[in-house]
Design a protein around this ligand. Structure first.
Ligand code: NAD
Ligand code: UGA
Length: 428
């Protein structure tokens, strides 16, 4: 198939490279010239295991190319929209990139003679494809959706750090369609991939994506709530999960208590759902609490540090881990960044180290953080250590000997840690 992918970010590039590696001819369109240049030079602008090699092979075999010019989607059969949908300051979803891409795709579709399918792969608030994207495509093409061109929804469920694996081994493929022809086109993309394919209406498919992310976030805040109770009881929440997760109705996954969830999706999608729900006249109490518990984990960590260390003015705090989770350089909504801002507001100096995320953290944080070359350098001479991302290299106990340690990610075994450092787990 001839495929165009709009947006060369995590979702767009992974989708484009994966499809090109299956032998399709793929063109990636991005408005960011630097990203376009990097992709064409076989360099991924984002870190994702295996992506550089796959990009390189696909470009060498002429199956993949990037461009800034939307007109290049004209000869393709199907266009996948993968642009960002970040949060507005009020928590609602910022649809400006989606609207711009629908406008630019629409303009090209106006000149199209064949039949084109437009697929929304970005996460959009339920109703957006029908109410915003399809009308924009019709307006700018002067054509009628579901007659002159088709529209479908195919939400992405990838996890950063294992995105390519996720593409080739999905739990399910969700297709939202108005007419069979569009869904058939989307299903063809996944030929050779073994996973249940579930087809339904467009708005239902959009809601499935939000419900999945909301449930994952709820599991995390739920276990953090339980963990906070456990800590007061002197019980280890990780032992509790062993006994609870064995029940197949509950499951052991996504019950790692800690500093809370970050990243580019769980927080912003949850906020967008709460906001959209308010507009529908419903207050989603559970979802609101999930966000509140998540925010409180950060404040709890700060409170623990102050309780043990006293006034933070003039103290040096070492932060190990800046990425929102290991195996990524992504710092969007990473708990570590907010912790650093609050520590510095309280007058502490911060030394930090992360194996991948320091360049991104430097651009995101205006605060004067001392970035270190390795974990050993970061912990040297500090008054306490906060572990905020569970990178494997932070499991090295020699980093912590004789130190005051606040573990936000359960990198150390509490029983053992107590023998070589002044150890405090966030909710264990
Ligand atoms: P990203 O910010 O990494 O990439 C978005 C890309 O779109 C950027 O390269 C940007 O330059 C480009 N872009 C913006 N406006 C454009 C336009 N008008 N035309 C062409 N290119 C444009 O975003 P992402 O993390 O890949 O997320 C994309 C979407 O997928 C979001 O809706 C997100 O919620 C969803 N999603 C993300 C993940 C994830 O793990 N990152 C997983 C599942 C779903
Ligand atoms: C998440 C979902 O897992 C994906 O299915 C979804 O496609 C994606 O969002 C999206 O829509 O963008 P991702 O953001 O890559 O994927 O990260 P997760 O692995 O879900 O982790 C999110 C956050 O939760 C991280 O900060 C992680 O440390 C935290 N987490 C995760 C916990 O605190 N405890 C857990 O048990 C699991």
């Amino acid at each position: 198939m001839r495929i165009s992918v709009i947006g060369a970010g995590y979702v767009g590039l992974v989708t484009a490279a994966a499809l090109a590696s299956k032998g399709h001819n793929v063109i990636v369109v991005d408005t960011d010239e630097t990203r376009v240049g990097m992709v064409n030079q076989k360099k991924s602008p984002i870190f994702e295991e295996g992506l550089d090699d796959m990009l390189s092979n696909c470009i060498d075999s002429n199956h993949l190319r990037a461009t800034g010019d939307y007109r290049e989607i004209l000869p393709t059969d199907i266009t996948l929209i993968c642009v960002g949908t970040p949060s507005n300051p009020d928590g609602s979803m910022n649809l400006s990139y989606i609207k711009e891409s629908a406008r630019d795709i629409g303009r090209v579709l106006g000149a199209e003679n064949g039949h084109h399918t437009v697929v929304v792969r970005s996460t959009v608030v339920p109703g957006t494809t029908k109410k915003v994207i399809t009308p924009a495509l019709e307006q700018h093409s002067g054509k009628k959706a579901h007659m002159d061109f088709d529209v479908a929804v195919n939400p992405e469920f990838l996890q950063e750090g294992k995105a390519l694996h996720g593409f080739f081994n999905p739990d399910r493929i969700i297709i939202g369609e108005e007419e069979r022809r569009a869904g058939d086109m989307v299903e063809k993309l996944y030929e050779g991939i073994s996973a249940p394919v579930i087809r339904m209406g467009i708005t239902t498919a959009e809601m499935i994506k939000f419900t999945s992310n909301a449930f994952l976030a709820t599991k995390i805040s739920f276990i953090n709530d339980i963990g906070n109770i456990c800590k007061k009881l002197g019980v280890d929440v990780y032992d509790v999960v062993k006994g609870v997760g064995i029940d197949y109705r509950i499951g052991e996954y996504f019950l790692n208590a800690g500093i809370g969830f970050g990243g580019s999706c769980l927080p912003k999608d949850l906020k967008a759902l709460v906001h959209a729900s308010g507009h529908l006249g419903y207050q989603p109490l559970v979802l609101e609490s999930v966000l509140e518990v998540n925010r409180n984990q950060i404040l709890t960590m700060l409170q623990m540090v102050e309780e043990k260390l006293g006034n933070l003015k003039g103290k040096t705090v070492c932060v190990l881990g800046l990425a929102f989770k290991p195996n990524t350089d992504d710092i969007r909504n990473a708990p570590a960044l907010e912790v650093i801002r609050l520590l510095m507001e309280k007058g502490a100096s911060v030394k930090a180290y992360d194996p991948l995320a320091m360049p991104n953290a430097k651009s995101a944080l205006s605060e004067q953080v001392e970035y270190c070359r390795n974990a050993k350098e970061a912990v040297a001479g500090c008054d306490c250590i906060l572990v905020l991302t569970e990178w494997d290299e932070f499991k090295d106990e020699s980093l912590y000997h004789g130190k005051m340690v606040f573990d936000g990610r359960r990198v150390l075994d509490p029983g053992e840690a107590e023998t070589f450092c002044d150890y405090c787990g966030i909710c264990w």
